[in-house]
Ligand binder design. Structure first.
Ligand SMILES: [Zn+2]
Length: 283
């Protein structure tokens, strides 16, 4: 039996023994579900008009940053529709849902594509500290208000040239309904990010963690590397340190090391999120 196979067996056992499961996930898990910002083929298939501008991955123009506004919003009107609102049913999320739906779980994810919610997980058990593409905000910001993104995208797509993805009508650029200033998605892209909509989720997670501190907690961290380690990776380690009986499984093909103080009750698997989910979340 390979080392990895043995680790999968132990992980399955830990999952069985856990009374509460915290799923902590990063970009690696969305990539496993096909939303891979570094994938050139996926980009060429889904964002073909952008190739003429010399762009070959979503990562190069993250959030449309650096593009002129009319092209930026023409692009975003297609990109967000696909990654946030499009129909998606992927085994990497479906298997997690099947294994955990009836259990005491919470989800803590840096992903802003709502893939957990879109696969049936309870939104009251999800905390998304980096925001959500489904909301828009003023970038001043002149208030704490947020607005539903999709209606802006539809208005933009109606007037976007399908061959160039250039928005043809400047009046359709998203404008703050209060101050008329520019808007952007309500995600932690810069200092103006409004956290307010996510504070109730955060409170629920803190309560959930405190409510039964003595009950076996298993944190499963998938695909959270060192791009923004302060968001998921370090908090996952801190939670495990704080709860004496907690265990942690870290799944990361590149950055799988674990701090020495946690080694006795942690396990690190250098495989992909997809491999891990397929091996451990199926009984
Ligand atoms: Zn405003």
């Amino acid at each position: 039996m390979s080392g990895l196979q043995q680790q999968f067996d132990i992980a399955r056992q830990w999952l069985d023994e856990a009374e509460r499961v915290l799923l902590a996930s990063g970009a690696g898990l969305s990539a496993a579900a096909g939303i891979d910002y570094g994938d050139k083929r996926w980009f060429a298939e889904n964002f073909t008009p952008m190739l003429q501008y010399g762009v070959s991955t979503c990562a190069e123009i993250l959030g449309g940053m650096g593009l002129p506004p009319l092209l930026q919003w023409g692009y975003l009107s297609h990109q967000l529709e696909l990654v946030r609102f499009g129909a998606i049913d992927h085994p990497v999320y479906r298997l997690q849902h099947e294994a955990l739906a009836e259990r005491d779980y919470f989800i803590f994810t840096s992903n802003v594509d709502a893939l957990y919610e879109r696969h049936g997980f309870d939104p009251n058990r999800i905390y998304t500290p980096q925001g959500d593409y489904a909301r828009m905000q003023c970038v001043s910001p002149c208030s704490e208000a947020t607005w539903y993104t999709r209606k802006y995208l539809e208005r933009i797509r109606e007037r976007t040239d399908p061959a160039t993805w250039q928005l043809q009508d400047e009046s359709r650029l998203p404008r703050c309904p209060i101050c008329s200033g520019p808007m952007y998605m309500n995600v932690r892209a810069a200092h103006w990010f409004l956290e307010t909509p996510y504070l109730p989720q955060r409170q629920r997670l803190i309560k959930w963690l405190d409510a039964a501190a003595d009950r076996n907690l298993l944190t499963i961290e998938i695909g959270a590397g060192f791009n923004t380690p302060g968001v998921i990776r370090w908090p996952a380690e801190q939670l495990t340190s704080r709860h004496a009986d907690a265990r942690m499984i870290r799944v990361n093909p590149e950055d799988s090391e674990i701090p020495g103080s946690l080694r006795e009750r942690s396990m690190s698997l250098d495989c992909s999120g997809q491999e891990f989910v397929a091996a451990v979340f199926t009984q």
